[in-house]
Design a binder for this molecule. Structure first.
Ligand code: DAT
Length: 171
């Protein structure tokens, strides 16, 4: 049976992991957190002193995932989306969170100073949404509000419906 690949992207803290894991469990799809994958496989190509974080080796991430993606049925979670092959994804969701809400989430994650401010700006400037519409066909890119537990449930229901319909149409 063919199954779709779903990309969940957005600024850190918008709720990608929370949504992605629950969606994978409800839909019976597999879940890949690209940040964790990189950490486990040390898929890095240097260190960014300014942001105090390792630099992702995008080519190795792609090599690592290629076989799984071509099988289908994978939910990918990452705060970036322009380096994945466009053909991988059948649908792209960009989660969006209001600034004050995102600020609280990132602060409680221990973000401070420049890192905190840069992530808030990233959300204000819709950086990930713009990256998504430049990288994928506009028709497959959808923004979803991710502020409250009610938003989470609504997003889960909507994506589940989309997945079920996709499976009917493609099998
Ligand atoms: P991300 O993977 O985008 O970095 P996360 O899933 O780790 O984000 O969520 C960050 C925090 O926000 C975490 O404490 C769970 C909470 N959260 C996620 N989605 C939410 C929602 N729709 N409503 C309220 N809190 C949410």
């Amino acid at each position: 049976m063919r199954r779709p690949n779903v990309l969940i992207t957005g600024t850190p803290g918008v709720g990608k992991t929370t949504l992605g894991k629950e969606l994978a469990s409800r839909a019976g799809l597999s879940y890949v957190n690209v940040g964790d994958l990189a950490k486990e496989g040390e898929l890095y190509e240097g260190f960014d002193e300014e942001y105090d974080c390792p630099i992702l080796d995008e080519d190795r991430v792609i090599d690592e995932l290629e076989d799984r993606m071509s099988e289908g049925g994978v939910i990918v979670d990452y705060h970036g989306c322009d380096f994945f092959p466009e053909r991988w994804f059948h649908i792209v969701f960009v989660l969006r969170t209001e600034n004050s809400c995102l600020y609280d989430r990132l602060e409680s994650r221990g973000y401070t100073g420049k890192k905190l401010q840069d992530n808030i700006q990233c959300e204000i400037f819709q950086t990930l949404y713009e990256e998504a519409v430049l990288s994928y066909k506009k028709e497959i890119v959808h923004q979803l509000p991710s502020n409250t537990p009610e938003d989470l449930e609504r997003n889960l229901d909507q994506i589940m419906q989309w997945i079920e319909q996709w499976m009917k149409d493609n099998n």
